[in-house]
Ligand binder design. Structure first.
Ligand code: DON
Length: 318
């Protein structure tokens, strides 16, 4: 027997035995052998390639997981969502004069477009955009790191979320390209605070560690019109939740976002730690983790698992 949920006007035929379905998909994913674990810093290069986790957190409060769903990993660019939420709340619409809302069609750390477009990043999901958002946080919060950490802990209801200081330090040591992006934006007067302070915030948020259950629970408000289903608290306005989902749909999977929309059809965000989260409006959040990345920087098995689950349950928002 199945029960139906309506999401985006589409019925979702949620199976009674979701756990078994997740188990089947995870087993299949383990036969995908594409991809390479991120190796630009030792702390990521050392992570075992065969970790794999898949979680579905539904709005009724159920969290169903298989695999290594209790193992924390480096969330990297998924943190861009948390930073963006705080910046949208603090700055409102003027934020969109400093960062655009267009897909870049370029790798996430590309510099060329930023020069052509006079230091205004294409969107907040690429590195330049997230560094700009970090500037907003550093400029507008007296303690930007603790504001972000306490928000994330509150969202997932766990004090266990923390920052891996070794990853934070390594990000800084290998951060020349991000520094180039930040200084280029500063040269166009699009960074207000001290560049090194802004970069430190950006590297720090990339080093947040979470597991798939914490990730999925923390972002359930995006599937629920901005309201946290656990606490009932309005986290963002409905309109801001829609806007964040829209940005994820067009830019969250970098220059593979078009393919992801075409084959999966859900707002999603990935990170080079191998995590991916996907939002299913009015239903819940899917999160996947597997460290080997494809050539776009997206988890190869994570993409497979989310695509498979979305296709089997008919989850596309389109
Ligand atoms: O800033 C960087 O380039 C790294 N910390 C990677 C961030 C990231 O996850 C980009 N995405 N796929």
């Amino acid at each position: 027997m199945t029960h139906d949920v309506i999401s985006g006007g589409q019925p979702i035929h949620a199976p009674d035995n979701l756990k078994q379905l997740l188990e089947d998909i995870l087993q299949q994913a383990m036969t995908v052998n594409d991809g390479k674990v991120a190796d630009y810093i030792p702390a990521l290069a050392e992570v075992k390639a065969d970790y794999c986790a898949l979680t579905v957190a539904t709005l009724d409060g159920n969290v169903t997981s298989v695999g290594d769903s209790n193992k924390p990993f480096s969330i990297q660019s998924i943190s861009k969502i948390y930073g963006l939420m705080l910046a949208m709340e603090r700055l409102g619409d003027p934020l969109w004069e400093r960062v655009q809302m267009e897909p870049s069609g370029q790798p996430f750390n590309s510099i060329v477009q930023l020069e052509w477009e006079k230091g205004i990043p294409r969107n907040p999901m690429i590195n330049a955009g997230a560094i700009l958002v970090s500037d907003v946080l550093v400029s507008h919060y007296s303690a930007s790191k603790s504001a972000l950490l306490s928000m994330v802990r509150g969202l997932c209801g766990s004090e266990a979320v923390c920052v891996d200081s070794r990853v934070h330090e390594s990000e800084r040591e290998h951060g020349a390209r991000n520094a180039a992006l930040a200084y280029l934006m500063k040269s166009f007067n699009n960074i207000e605070s001290d560049v090194e302070e802004v970069l430190d915030h950006y590297f720090w948020q990339c080093a947040l560690t979470m597991n798939t259950e914490q990730l999925a629970s923390s972002l359930a408000f995006l599937a629920n019109r901005g309201q946290c289903p656990r606490s009932g608290k309005q986290i963002t306005s409905h309109r801001d939740a829609q806007r964040i989902n829209a940005l994820m749909s067009t830019s969250g999977m970098y220059d593979q976002s078009g393919q992801f929309a075409f084959t999966v059809g859900l707002p999603a965000k990935s990170g080079v730690g191998g995590g991916i989260i996907a939002i299913v409006p009015d239903y819940g959040v899917i999160s996947a983790w597997s460290p080997p990345l494809n050539s776009f920087g997206n988890s190869a098995r994570g993409m497979f698992m989310i695509r498979e689950l979305a296709n089997r349950l008919g989850l596309s928002v389109y």
